[in-house]
Design a protein around this ligand. Structure first.
Ligand code: MIC
Ligand code: SF4
Length: 650
């Protein structure tokens, strides 16, 4: 049978099960990546497993999220991570080396391999022909220990690309168009395979931009074939031996085919407050802008920065604009420093930020109140920028730089087709891995001391659930609640390795009393429930959005639907992701209601439970379709308990 690229990647890594879209399967993981904001928990969990050196072909621990170091906390995390990398045989990419996804693409990505990363934008690696998937830290820790990764075999849609992008239209506009068509809801369980004649005209970093924001669609992975473009990119990175071709067989069949003519796409922008709220730049033209931020794992490649530099060279940014530029990696920064493009950016008035996540995660460069901020990043959730009433728009570098010059939204095409700065991929990238620390030889690893500063808290563990789960509906939220609502990052990022402290901020942007109410319930011997609408847990992979509520005594979330990574994180923490069997029953639970979930064990076997609303006298049918592995995890009170024995405190 002819196979597509994704089918080839999955079947060649199958550890359990067989190719059948929707089926429970397990795949072998070749490479992992972790970053500092999720990595401390992942390595604490890895430590708890007692697994010794990692069993993967390659594992890299990146420091890119919390590089602000306001206080000792971030620096302590970095020291712990560096010591853990040495102890467990992991490469360590130091602060300053760049954003994990950009650096991984440049230095480590390999077509035909699988990559699991504790960051939702890990699928960026699909740009180089990898099956790259985002997951919670514990799943990545398990993969480092050599365990296969469990997932639902995806339904694959082929995105058949034809034509070529017109001048001033970028890869970012392609993925914004995809978001406009597919939205950020309802794509769980799907993977996108890009193909067709239009693929040839896209460079690897452009493909990576498109694959990156598959995370916003909620798809499991987005994968491009590996072809001559991939070969040239790897050669230019000094890694020709890492190239393998990977193409779909002629006649491969797909669940769905989406046709997209690149020549018909125009500059687009995701308007506040969701990446799928897409408008044309034409219709936004004239809207005054106060801030422009260029960077993030979506758009901070060499080409992105060169386009910005060519557009700004010899000009000045508009007086009302603050322009922030964060190159994606040290490679990009050094290359534009050496070729003079950096000087052009500085001369134009740009503020050059570190090669890190920076503004994207909201821990620096918050816009002013009520400001309009144009960003080349991938998420514009309410408050994520650090300013609650700011209006954040997501665009291409071309649109962002045009706005920086004009002081307002302006369609870059108006600059004239013949003035488009077409930037070619360099024949040779500057490859200097000096900020990547290699682990010591295996025999020397066991004696490496783990450096644990006071910010490295104890790993929270859950306990097996009682057969009747009784508790209080502590909060009722609407649709598309993101992990940024549940567990804000930004200013609180520094508590990522200290769950008791971080838990004080659960639902901070939505309801500041939530932690106190949960703690009070716990003191009275009651658990807590969260009630939610559709797509609960959209956005990041941060398992803190499960771990911290779990620490507060939350044992179940009842929602209309869940996003994939968050649902997996809840299960890993021994928390129940329950789905209203009748979506209308969402109206039959209100905050403060006393709830009971009897007969957990038999109910889980059946996949159906009855949620009793004791306050309203209502019996609400809920679904909990777990496979055998997931049921065992819930009944053990979390995946770590299965691995290392039960926790003794809740
Ligand atoms: C994000 O973009 O939201 C993050 C910060 O990279 C997260 C990971 C985290 O919360 O640490 C992600 O996308 O998974
Ligand atoms: Fe970093 Fe932003 Fe990318 Fe997340 S989305 S990895 S915060 S650059």
């Amino acid at each position: 049978m002819p196979q597509g690229v994704i089918e080839k990647l999955i079947t060649s890594h199958m550890a359990r099960g067989a190719w059948a879209p929707g089926a429970d399967i397990e795949i072998r993981i070749d490479q992992t990546l972790t970053q500092d904001a999720t990595g401390t928990m992942a390595f604490l969990q890895y430590e708890a497993m007692g697994a010794g050196s990692v069993k993967t072909e390659l594992s890299v621990s990146y420091v890119d999220h919390n590089t602000v170091q306001a206080g000792f906390e971030n620096a302590d995390d970095h020291a712990y991570l560096q010591s853990a990398a040495a102890r467990f045989g992991v490469k360590f990419s130091r602060a300053g080396n760049g954003i994990c996804h950009q650096v991984h693409l440049e230095r480590f990505g390999q077509p035909g391999k699988t990559l699991l990363g504790s960051d939702s934008h890990t699928p960026t690696g699909g740009g180089i022909g990898m099956l790259a998937i985002g997951a919670g830290g514990l799943d990545v820790a398990m993969a480092m220990a050599g365990r296969p990764f469990a997932l639902k075999c995806p339904r694959v849609s082929l995105v058949n690309l034809t034509g070529r992008l017109p001048p001033w239209v970028a890869a970012k506009d392609v993925i914004l168009r995809m978001l406009q068509m597919l939205t950020s809801k309802g794509n769980v369980g799907t993977a996108l395979e890009y193909g067709g004649p239009g693929v040839r005209a896209l460079s690897v970093p452009e493909r990576a931009t498109i694959a990156n924001m598959g995370a916003e669609l909620g798809v499991t992975a987005s994968v491009f074939p590996s072809d001559n473009v991939t070969r040239r990119f790897l050669r230019a990175q000094g890694r020709p031996a890492d190239y393998t071709p990977l193409q779909a067989d002629p006649g491969a069949s797909y669940d769905r085919v989406i046709n997209l003519d690149l020549s018909q796409i125009e500059p687009l922008a995701a308007a506040p407050h969701n990446p799928d709220n897409v408008k044309t730049v034409r219709e936004l033209a004239g809207l005054a802008v106060q801030q422009v931020c260029i960077g993030s794992c979506t758009n901070s490649s060499y080409k992105d920065l060169m386009v910005a530099a060519r557009m700004l060279a010899g000009k000045k940014i508009a007086p009302g604009i603050s322009l922030v530029i964060a190159p994606g990696s040290r490679q990009v920064l050094e290359m534009i420093a050496r070729n003079g493009a950096l000087a052009d950016l500085i001369a134009a008035g740009a503020r050059i930020a570190e090669s890190a996540c920076g503004f994207c995660i909201g821990n620096s460069h918050a816009p002013p109140s009520n400001a309009v901020s144009i960003r080349t990043s991938n998420r514009n959730f309410l408050g994520r920028s650090g300013t609650r009433d700011a209006a954040v728009y997501l665009t291409s570098v071309e649109t962002a730089a045009a706005a920086a010059l004009a002081g307002k939204f302006a369609d870059p095409r108006d600059l004239g087709a013949n003035r488009y700065p077409a930037v070619r991929q360099p024949a040779r990238f500057l490859a200097d891995d000096a900020l990547i620390v290699e682990p010591p030889a295996p025999a020397a690893r066991a004696s490496v001391p783990l450096i644990r500063g006071p910010n490295i808290g104890a790993l929270p563990r859950n306990v097996p659930p009682p057969d009747t789960l009784a508790g209080i509906a502590q909060i009722k939220v609407g649709d598309k609640i993101t992990t940024d609502h549940i567990m804000p990052a930004g200013a609180f990022l520094k508590f990522r390795s200290n769950v008791p402290k971080y838990a004080e901020y659960v639902f901070h942007p939505v309801d500041r009393e939530f932690p106190a109410r949960c703690k009070q319930a716990r003191a009275q011997g009651r658990f807590s429930f969260i009630i939610a609408g559709e797509s609960y847990g959209q956005g990041s992979s941060r398992e803190h959005a499960a771990l911290c509520p779990m620490y507060l005594g939350v044992r179940a979330v009842v929602a209309r639907s869940f996003e994939r990574i968050h649902a997996a994180n809840l299960i890993n923490c021994g928390m129940l992701p329950l789905i209203f069997q009748n979506p209308g029953d969402y109206t039959r639970v209100e905050p403060g209601d006393l709830l009971e979930l009897p007969g957990l064990r038999t109910g889980l076997e059946r996949g159906a439970l009855v949620l009793k609303n004791l306050t309203r006298g209502a019996d609400i049918p809920v679904q909990c379709r777990l496979n055998e592995r997931e049921r065992a995890i819930i009944l053990a009170g979390g995946r770590l308990n299965l691995q290392v024995g039960p926790a003794d405190a809740g």
